[in-house]
Design a protein around this ligand. Structure first.
Ligand SMILES: Cc1ncc(C[n+]2csc(CCOP(=O)(O)OP(=O)(O)O)c2C)c(N)n1
Ligand SMILES: [Mg+2]
Length: 626
């Protein structure tokens, strides 16, 4: 340890530190930060802003909206299996609070992002500064405190020397497979510019090794016993399989044992769609193959899954009275869910060890054949939906078929909210583990285009297809500009069904007739629902909007138009938006599943009362696991 020091502002020291952080896993090593997104304001321009100008090695990228830059960073990190991400810089006040939704996305999905909101003066004498939320009860609070519940680590840097202890903590959390998510360091605008004599050693290259933790030996032996004793085991493969890089080992595990697999939203791609033991999507948006096998399973092996309600079908998916769970998860919290035998460990390492322990074990041939038959029947159902030629407007299912079949083998498809996640979860044929990129932990409208940008930055050689609903597009489309500014071409498929197809359908299923879910003018001061005959559409011109942001745009009405446009989009040199209308009512059905959305207990509306009765009946299937 040398006694040498370097005099730097806190902003400069922070950026220099970030440049020198590296990660390593399985012998592969690279810098942890790919760059810094930011939008300058008085709360950061002269501090971190000045440091970024001085140290271009951490490349600065301008974005249009702070929420979007956090989405882009999270998507980048997801694409990189959490081995690399961005820092996100904002000013104080609205710039900072714009990042809160992005932080929640990152934390819910366990994706690392480093958030650097500017904060009010630590010195306080000039308060209230522009955009300061004042408190009458304390001077020790600002809007940055709102990040606390959505951050896995949160700190405020009131003195320049505090980063000496804060930054290593931030890195520990960001690189922890179990705890990663949004990390927030709130940076008072004056402190950013203040100088300190930092120890030179603070800026040495530091390598953070991402561990592959092993399970407790006794628990592992216990799990092998449970598997050997089970008659109808089922694997539920979650995102952890992919983050761990366990796809090949999972394939081997399945081949050796004959255990079928259902995939969650984040886990789709962990096993390729054409593997005969891949039953496909499980849960609320699952198919009959996975859901029928789940219903009778006597042992569920959860790998890298949080068992969200979409996976557990609101705790109705597993109906075998004797069902037990073995959960392989890096996070203790998730490993213990459903009263499981917990293997708190890395998925790849654990599956390898289990293969060794299960030598000679295989499910009964009859069970394997049953699973294979269901897999085949499901593929036939996908073929049927891909082949629908609805008129005059195409159905969403057939359009998904076009994108799936005409996209490049290495393409990445991005989506997050609306009716598409469910349809895609069921219908998308996943040809490699990064093919299907769904943000469905937070299901945040507006993630799609910003997320697409992050994915393309992580994998510029790949075709990146953003599937976005008209509602999500209107919420956050501006990163089209950034994609053009930086030369990252996205193919954006904009599904225009004049409003909220998803919530419209949900509303109808709850007896509420789609109230408030259509994009249409009010009639006699009341917004029309799905029973209204006369609908006056809003004069929104998506094509003109996208063109106005600089995109190449193609408009289609029919299935054939769409096929032609999608093919043509491969030849364009910049972000291309394909606007296509689709039918609000021709949806992909649900298959053997249920989702708990509560219905009003009393109502003046007959259809709501009816829906409530049905809900009360269905809810009885929800289970506790003790
Ligand atoms: C930020 C945000 N607000 C609200 C919701 C609730 N929500 C889920 S889907 C949806 C409608 C999405 O509309 P659109 O993008 O057009 O997709 P569609 O449902 O028509 O397929 C809404 C409002 C959400 N997921 N995210
Ligand atoms: Mg819509």
């Amino acid at each position: 340890m040398s006694a040498k020091t370097v005099r730097l502002t806190m902003g400069q020291a922070l950026i220099r530190y970030l440049i020198n952080q590296h990660v390593e896993r399985d012998g592969e090593q690279h810098p942890f930060f790919a760059g810094c997104f930011g939008i300058f304001g008085h709360g950061c321009v002269s501090g971190i802003g000045q440091a970024l100008q001085q140290y271009p090695k951490l490349r600065y990228y301008q974005t249009r909206n702070e929420q979007a830059m956090v989405h882009a960073s999270a998507a980048y990190a997801k694409m990189k299996n959490r081995m690399q991400t961005f820092a996100c810089l904002s000013s104080i006040g609205p710039g900072a609070t714009n990042m809160i939704t992005g932080a929640a996305v990152a934390t819910t999905n366990h994706l690392p992002v480093l958030l650097l909101p500017g904060d009010i003066f630590a010195r306080r004498n000039v308060a209230p500064v522009l955009q300061q939320l004042e408190s009458e009860t304390t001077q020790d609070i600002s809007v940055s405190d709102c990040f606390k519940p959505v951050s896995r680590y949160w700190d405020r840097i009131n003195r320049a020397d505090q980063i000496l202890t804060a930054l290593p903590e931030a890195m520990r959390v960001l690189t922890s497979p179990a705890h990663t998510g949004a990390v927030t360091l709130s940076l008072p605008e004056d402190t950013q510019t203040e100088a300190y004599d930092y120890p030179a050693d603070f800026f040495k290259k530091r390598i953070w090794t991402i561990p592959r933790n092993r399970a407790d030996r006794a628990a592992l032996a216990g799990a092998a016993k449970w598997i050997q004793g089970s008659k109808r085991p089922l694997i539920v493969a979650g995102g952890g399989v992919i983050y761990s890089g366990a796809e090949k080992v999972l394939e081997q595990f399945v081949e050796r044992t004959g255990i079928p697999v259902g995939v969650t939203m984040a886990g789709k791609g962990s096993l390729l769609y054409d593997n005969e033991l891949n039953l496909g999507a499980i849960g609320v948006t699952g198919n009959f193959a996975a859901n029928l096998i789940a219903r009778e399973a006597d042992l569920v092996i959860g790998i890298g899954t949080r068992f969200g309600d979409f996976t557990s079908a609101s705790k109705t998916a597993f109906q075998n009275p004797d069902v037990r769970f073995v959960n392989i998860n890096v996070a203790e919290f998730d490993a213990y869910k459903h009263a499981a035998l917990p293997l708190v460990a890395d998925a790849r390492a654990t599956l390898k060890e289990l293969i060794g322990l299960l030598k000679g074990y295989h499910v009964r041939p009859g069970y394997q054949q049953e699973a294979q038959k269901l897999h085949k029947q499901w593929q036939e159902e996908v073929d049927r939906i891909y082949a629908i030629r609805n008129e005059p407007l195409p159905s969403q299912g057939e359009l998904i078929g076009v994108v799936n079949e005409l996209s490049e083998p290495g393409a990445v498809m991005i989506n997050a909210a609306g009716s598409m996640p469910g349809d895609l979860h069921k219908l998308w044929r996943t040809r490699h583990s990064k093919n299907f990129h769904l943000e469905y932990g937070y299901s945040c409208m507006g993630y799609e285009i910003a997320g697409g940008l992050g994915v393309k930055m992580a994998a510029p050689e790949r075709e990146v297809i953003v599937m976005v609903g008209d509602g999500s597009y209107l919420m956050l489309c501006n990163e089209i500009v950034t994609s053009i500014q930086e030369g990252y071409k996205l193919t954006i498929v904009l599904m225009d069904n004049r409003g909220f197809n998803s919530i419209g359908g949900l509303s109808r299923s709850l007896g509420q007739k789609g109230f408030g879910t259509r994009y249409a003018f009010p009639i006699k001061k009341k917004l029309p629902d799905d029973t209204s005959k006369r609908i006056k559409a809003l004069p929104v011109d998506f094509a003109m909007n996208a063109r106005g942001l600089g995109a190449h745009v193609m408009e289609c009405q029919t299935y054939d138009d769409f096929v032609a446009a999608f093919k043509e989009s491969k030849e364009t040199d910049r972000t291309t938006v394909i606007c296509v209308r689709n039918d609000r009512y021709v949806g992909v059905p649900g298959y053997e599943s249920w989702w708990d959305v509560p219905v009003a207990e009393v109502s003046e509306i007959e259809s709501v009362r009816k829906a409530r009765k049905q809900w009360e009946k269905d809810r009885k299937r929800e289970r506790y696991f003790f």
